[in-house]
Design a protein around this ligand. Structure first.
Ligand code: CA
Length: 478
């Protein structure tokens, strides 16, 4: 019996080759191309039955499908339909393709790709990459069908995993129907690979709608690992409301390990709820929970956060927690990457031309006008303002300067000839006047990319100075 599929595959291949040969010879008689196609079809027919899951087999089996679809309809398809284990003749799984193509019915094509993909799992453990890509392309037309496959426990696990990934794509993050499909899958399969794939997918592409549904599942999920995964999904998708959601979950959670996981997921972008949650964690009887709270406290740098750390450190007895609080204090004291304070002092980006955290960077890429205002402890009779424009460069549009006790005046205005990262020197229109403040205005639309400034130096005949204080129009990550 094992020989039957192979014999059928060879017969089908020969018929397919003859059909292709007729098509090609009637078109242009390109013998070389014909031979190449024949070799491909033969490789596909021989490889697939022998090693249905091997990468080479999958490739060999799929290549003819593309070829066939681009050529004339194959009259030999019906016998192929009758023998499903012969991948090379599988183009016949899309009888709808020819008819729908003729009718210009895109949805019909989508359905035929889906049918081909589902059937490919009969011969390839991971399914056909080609049909999967086609299904992904048409996925918005197939959500109802994909939802059905995801919910159907009889379908191959690999197929359901892929469907979960497809429906988790960012383009479905606002589609309640797709979101429901994913959450329904979690309700019926709260643990295991499928649940993990669904939550990973949701965490990667989901939004606040997902967060609400995931949060609702937490109280009814008894498995602690699954509950932690749900919490990770909530934290990843709830955006600015993540810490508020985590705070609610923390209040209901009985398991100390899960409480620790909740605290570890605190989002640094929401300090108000973040500090409330850390305060709850600080009074937890289980020190691993306090450990996570002490660690996360380091990401908040406000006076409130520093005060909470001082207050906590005054009574905390557990050595491990104290050590983490000390590390958090060091983190609070550290200047964040790309912070405006990174522009103070002499340049410290080792290799201009590359992105580096030691430089100030505006919040957004190519957002238009940005500015950087600097003050200097020592006034300099300046002739030049040297801008260490280490990444992208060429954005300086204007440099204003101010003398001690004076008002702002334009020191330089124009178009920089700097391309790429480097140092731009603005020669002041009124040189030799004492300056202790500089405002650099950037037009970040002049050169596409992230614009980063490492330092700004006042230069005069009697010496130079670097900035001691700075503010900016915006800062990356803040
Ligand atoms: Ca710097």
């Amino acid at each position: 019996m094992k020989a039957l599929p192979f014999v059928l595959s060879v017969i089908a291949t020969v018929v397919a080759v003859l059909a292709l040969a007729a098509t090609l010879s009637s078109r242009d008689g390109d013998v070389a191309e014909l031979r190449a196609r024949v070799a491909e079809l033969e490789r596909g027919a021989r490889a697939a039955p022998a090693k249905p899951g091997a990468p080479g087999a999958a490739e060999g089996a799929e290549r003819p499908r593309r070829t066939r679809r681009n050529r004339s309809p194959a009259p030999s398809d019906p016998p192929v339909e009758a023998e499903p284990v012969v991948p090379v003749v599988r183009p016949a799984v899309s009888p709808a393709t020819a008819g729908d193509a003729a009718a210009g019915n895109a949805t019909g094509s989508a359905q035929s790709f889906l049918t081909g993909w589902v059937r490919s799992f009969e011969t390839q453990p991971k399914g056909s990459d080609f049909f999967r890509l086609a299904v992904e392309a048409y996925a918005p037309d197939l959500v109802a069908d994909l939802r059905g496959y995801l919910a159907d426990a009889r379908q191959p696990p690999a197929l359901r995993l892929w469907v979960a990934k497809i429906l988790s794509a960012p383009r479905f993050s606002d589609d309640p129907y797709a979101i429901d499909a994913l959450v329904d899958a979690l309700q019926t399969s709260p643990t295991g690979d499928l649940a993990k794939a669904v939550i990973d997918g949701i965490a990667g592409g989901g939004g606040p709608r997902h967060a609400v549904r995931l949060e609702a599942l937490v109280p009814t999920t008894t498995d602690t690992t699954a509950r932690m995964a749900l919490i990770k999904g909530v934290a990843a998708t709830a955006g600015q409301h993540a810490n508020a959601a985590l705070l609610r979950l923390f209040g209901r959670e009985q398991h100390e390990g899960v409480r620790a996981a909740i605290v570890a997921s605190i989002n640094p972008l929401d300090e108000t709820s973040g500090l409330q949650l850390i305060r709850r964690a600080a009074s937890d009887d289980h020190y691993p929970v306090r450990n996570r709270g002490a660690e996360r406290l380091g990401v908040f740098r406000s006076d409130d956060a520093r005060a909470l750390l001082d207050e906590w450190l005054a009574w905390e007895k557990e050595h491990a927690v104290r050590a983490r609080l000390s590390a958090a204090r060091a983190q609070q004291d550290e200047i964040p990457s790309y912070d405006v304070r990174r522009v103070l002092g002499p340049p410290d980006v080792p290799t201009p031309g590359a992105d580096h955290v030691n430089a100030w960077c505006p919040a957004q890429e190519n957002a238009g006008t940005e500015w950087l205002e600097l003050t200097y402890a020592k006034a300099v009779d300046a002739t030049v303002v040297r801008v260490y424009e280490v990444y992208t460069g060429g954005a300086v549009a204007r440099v204003d300067v101010r003398s001690p006790g004076g008002s702002w005046r334009v020191g330089w205005e124009g178009t920089s000839d700097l391309h790429g990262g480097g140092t731009f020197e603005a020669r002041l229109s009124s040189p030799g006047v004492a300056v202790n403040a500089v405002r650099v205005t950037l037009d970040t639309g002049r050169h596409k990319g992230w614009h980063e400034i490492d330092a700004v130096e006042l230069v005069g005949p009697d010496g130079s100075a670097f900035a001691t204080d700075a503010t900016a129009s915006s800062t990356w990550g803040q």
